[in-house]
Design a protein around this ligand. Structure first.
Ligand code: 3UK
Length: 508
C-alpha cells in the first residue's frame, strides 16, 4: 500500500515535511542502535538546528555548510536543517584527512561546519588553514558548547527559507579513484527527480520497508539509498556508523531490514554468511559503485536466494541511471536505461556506434550534470550529454555491459584488454577472494597485464598458484588477456565507497 500525498514536491526538505503536514508524522523514520526517531522527531531536530544555523551562526541562503559524521541520525537532522535554512550541503567522507578536508573546504568555500565530535581532530587541523570557515559546531558530545546545547535554547518550529526548485542545495564530491576530488552542483529539483526515476521504476520499495546499507550519506549513492528514497515513500532507514560485513549482517537481523544497499566487494564478503540472512526479512539487495561480476551475482543468489539489483550511477548525475530489477537482471550486464534517462554509446568523435560495439558511455537526464569547475564542464558535458568516463557496450535489446573505466583499458601488444574483464575471470577461481588488474609499462608489449590477488584463507601464493590462475584465465577468456605478472596481497586499496583504487596499485 502506497502512502498518498496531496502536496507537490519542489524542495528536498519537503520529503520530510510533508509526512508531518499530511498526518504521517508518527511513522518511524530513522533507526540506529539505541535510537528510534519518528518523522516528527526528525523534523523537530532539523528545525532546531536550522534555528541555530540562522539565529546563532548567521547563516544566510547560499552559504555552504560542511557536514561531517559517520552515518547517524544527527547527520540526517543536520542535512535537513541545511536544506530548510537555504544553505548548500557539502557532506564529506568520514575517512578524509585534514589535507583532503582543506581541499574540499577551499573548493566549496564553506563558511559553516557541523561535525560529529568523534571526527573533530582532522577538521580542527584543516580549519586553522581555512579563514573562510567562520563557524564550527560539534554534535554527539557532552561538551557544554555542543550543538545539542544550542538546540535546546532554540524553539522547535522553523519557517523554511523560501528556496526554489532550481536553487543549488548540494555540492557532491566524487569519491576520487584518481585522487583528485571534483565538485558537482545539484539543485533541489535534482534530489526530487532521483526519487521519481529509479526507485518507483526499478527498486519498487514499500512504506513498510526498512532500508539499511554501507555507503556514507556523503556519497550520493548513500544519500539516495539511505535517506532520500526511504523518506520519499514514508519507509524507515537504519543508519549504521560502521557498516562492515559483520555489522551489516547483525543490522539486517536486529532491525528487520528489508532493503540493502552496498558495493560488490561487500556482497562477496557477506556471501559466505548468506545462510544467516535466509531467516530474515531481507528481500531486496542493491549493488552500485563498481561493476558487479556475474560470479558475485551467482554467489549471492546461491547464498541468499536474492537476485541483486545492479545499477550504475555517478556523483555527477546524482544517482542510478542504468539498472535492472530482479526480473530484468542479466548476469554480466548493468541493465537498461532507467525511465527518465537516455544513455548512448559513442565513438571518439561523439558519433553513436551500432549495438555490440564498445565505446564511450554518455548519459542525459533530469538530474543534468553541473561541475563547479568550468574546464571540467567543457570537456565532460557536450550537447547536454554527460560523458561518464566509462567504456560500455549496448546490445540490440538496450542492455548495457560495462567494460572498464576508459582509463582502465590496458593496451598490450596491440590488444585492448579491459582490466575488469580479467578481474571477473580471476574471481571465478575458488582460491581468489578479491583481485585488481592494471597495466604496467613493458618495453616489449607496451603494457603488461598485472594482477594483484587476495587469496581465500588456506591458499598459498606460490609459483604453482600463479600458474594455476594464469591457466584458469586462459580457459575463461581470450588467452592473450591472461595476467603475465602477478602479486599476492593481504588486502586491496579501496575508497570508502568500495571502489578499487587502481592508481594506488600502479604507484606501488
Ligand atoms: C563506476 C559502476 C559499473 C563507473 C554512484 C550509484 O559510484 C557512484 O558514483 P561515483 O561518482 O562513481 C561513478 C563511476 O563508478 N560505477 C558505479 N556503479 C557501477 N560501474 N557498474 C556499476 N553498477 O565507473 C561510474 O562512472 O563515485 C553509484 C549511485 C550514486 C553514485 N554516486
Amino acid at each position: 500500500p502506497e502512502l498518498k500525498f496531496q502536496s507537490q514536491l519542489n524542495c528536498a526538505h519537503e520529503l520530510l515535511d510533508r509526512h508531518v503536514a499530511e498526518g504521517h508524522g508518527d511513522r518511524v523514520c530513522i533507526r540506529a542502535p539505541g535510537v528510534t526517531w519518528t518523522y516528527r522527531e526528525l523534523q523537530d531536530k532539523a528545525e532546531r538546528i536550522a534555528n541555530v544555523l540562522v539565529r546563532d551562526l548567521g547563516l544566510v541562503p547560499g552559504n555552504r555548510v560542511l557536514l561531517r559524521a559517520p552515518n547517524n541520525p544527527m547527520l540526517a537532522a543536520c542535512w535537513f536543517a541545511v536544506m530548510k535554512a537555504g544553505g548548500i550541503a557539502v557532506a564529506t567522507m568520514p575517512l578524509l584527512r585534514a589535507k583532503e578536508l582543506k581541499t574540499v573546504l577551499d573548493i566549496a568555500q564553506c563558511s559553516h561546519a557541523l561535525c560529529d565530535a568523534a571526527l573533530a581532530g582532522e577538521l580542527e587541523q584543516a580549519a586553522r588553514a581555512c579563514p573562510q570557515l567562520r563557524q564550527v559546531r560539534y554534535f554527539n558530545s557532552a561538551e557544554p558548547h555542543g550543538l545539542e546545547q544550542a538546540m535546546k535554547r532554540q524553539p522547535s518550529g522553523f519557517r523554511n527559507v523560501d528556496t526554489a526548485a532550481d536553487d543549488t542545495c548540494l555540492l557532491g564530491f566524487t569519491s576520487g579513484t584518481t585522487g583528485v576530488p571534483k565538485a558537482t552542483m545539484h539543485f533541489h529539483r535534482d534530489l526530487i527527480a532521483v526519487c521519481r526515476c529509479w526507485p518507483p521504476h526499478v527498486l519498487r520499495a514499500r512504506p513498510d520497508d526498512v532500508f539499511i546499507g554501507s555507503p556514507p550519506l556523503a556519497f550520493t549513492f548513500g544519500l539516495g539509498g539511505l535517506l532520500l528514497f526511504p523518506l520519499s515513500i514514508g519507509a524507515s532507514t537504519v543508519l549504521l556508523e560502521k557498516a562492515t560485513p559483520p555489522q551489516l549482517l547483525e543490522g539486517v537481523r536486529d532491525f528487520g531490514a528489508t532493503v540493502l544497499f552496498t558495493a560488490p566487494t561487500s556482497y562477496r564478503a557477506l556471501a559466505p554468511h548468506g545462510a544467516l540472512l535466509r531467516g530474515t526479512r531481507l528481500r531486496k539487495c542493491v549493488s552500485a559503485g563498481e561493476a558487479l561480476p556475474a560470479a558475485t551475482r551467482t554467489l549471492w543468489r546461491e547464498a541468499t536466494g536474492i537476485e541483486i539489483i545492479d545499477g550504475i550511477g555517478t556523483t555527477e548525475l546524482l544517482h542510478i541511471f542504468i539498472s535492472a530489477d530482479e526480473v530484468q537482471a542479466r548476469p554480466g550486464y548493468t541493465g537498461v536505461a532507467v525511465p527518465g534517462y537516455r544513455a548512448e554509446i559513442v565513438d571518439d568523435d561523439d558519433q553513436p556506434v551500432p549495438p555490440g560495439t564498445v565505446g564511450r558511455l554518455r548519459v542525459k537526464g533530469p538530474t543534468g550534470c553541473r561541475y563547479l569547475a568550468d574546464e571540467r564542464q567543457a570537456s565532460y558535458v557536450r550537447d547536454g550529454w554527460n560523458y561518464t568516463g566509462d567504456a560500455y557496450e549496448m546490445d540490440a535489446e538496450g542492455y548495457f555491459r560495462f567494460h572498464a573505466r576508459t582509463d582502465d583499458m590496458i593496451i598490450s601488444a596491440g590488444y585492448n584488454i579491459a582490466a575488469p574483464e580479467v578481474e571477473e575471470a580471476l574471481l571465478q577461481h575458488p582460491a581468489v577472494a578479491e583481485c585488481g588488474v592494471i597495466g604496467v609499462p613493458d618495453a616489449e608489449r607496451g603494457q603488461l597485464v598485472k594482477a594483484f590477488i587476495v587469496l581465500r584463507p588456506g591458499h598459498l601464493g606460490d609459483a604453482a598458484m600463479v600458474k594455476a590462475l594464469q591457466d584458469f584465465v586462459k580457459q575463461a577468456i581470450a588467452p592473450y588477456k591472461y595476467p603475465r605478472a602477478m602479486e599476492f596481497l593481504d588486502a586491496l586499496p579501496r575508497t570508502a565507497t568500495g571502489k578499487l583504487q587502481r592508481f594506488r596499485l600502479k604507484a606501488d
